[in-house]
Design a protein around this ligand. Sequence first.
Ligand code: SF4
Length: 309
Amino acid sequence: MGIFHCPMGAAFYDDEGCIDCGMCSAVTEQEMVEASKKIRAYLRSHARSEGSIKKVAVCGKGGVGKSTIIVLIANVLRGKGYGVLVLDTDESNPGLSRLFGFDKEPKPLITLLSRFSSGEHNADSEWLQREKIAIPDIPAEYILNRDGLKFLMVGKIQDPFQGCACSMADMTRVLMEKLLVSDKEIVLVDMEAGIESFGRGVERDVDTVLVIVEPSFESMVLAEKIGYMADGMGIVRVKAILNKVPSEKVKQRMTEELNKRNIKSVGTVYFDPQLNEAGFEGTALGDCRATGDIQTIITLLLGEAKQLS
Ligand code: SF4
């Protein structure tokens, strides 16, 4: 059985956590559907209440501006006194570290696996085997550090025939499950575009999913799918951020579309040419018009979470 096909991570953790869903032994489509229903029912019955915001997955269709929004959110949170750990899990998209103003990338976490396909670990990865991982447990070469911001990168696909990204997804899932986050810290996870990570259950241990949407039909459809997937994992807080919005009229249309699809919007980032320029040049994102939009969104999100805690 492949270790990445167990939604509970049971194979990875020596069968601990098996809920007998039957996914690993399903051979027909019907068996797979039935197994999927059992997993969904189990995870929904174990859903966490909304409570405080600790681990946030930032998702969306490719090109909607996830990376940019993550940088702006991290900057705003740091301005509010939060320590922010950004985990770059997108195995394709380069350049997130540069948008944060770093001139290099950290050592990829995936190098801790001695053989990508087997999941065996090398000697430096002892900390990954611990039941819980505190941020200081992570060796320094894997973290970039500056002014309350910590930056980790799971890894990137670099060469033809390198293999699939399963081991990277698994690494992310393990980190999400085990990372200890203090009261004044928030982990922001830059997910790969699309929904494959949800299919692998990578987001299972996050408490918040932010779906970045742009004014396009595909983006709306994917947001709905992400909402469905997150719900099936027992994630209660799923919010859309409207991005690249050119006018109030478009905002209203997008909000209506999202409402039809049962996705709540938490705010709007209006089109800002400065963001495009920084994205094109690969330069650090400083304060810009969109920062104000993100300030409003973060204040709202944290306020709602505080009320529910
Ligand atoms: S039955 Fe389900 S939970 Fe148990 S090992 Fe198989 S896939 Fe994982």
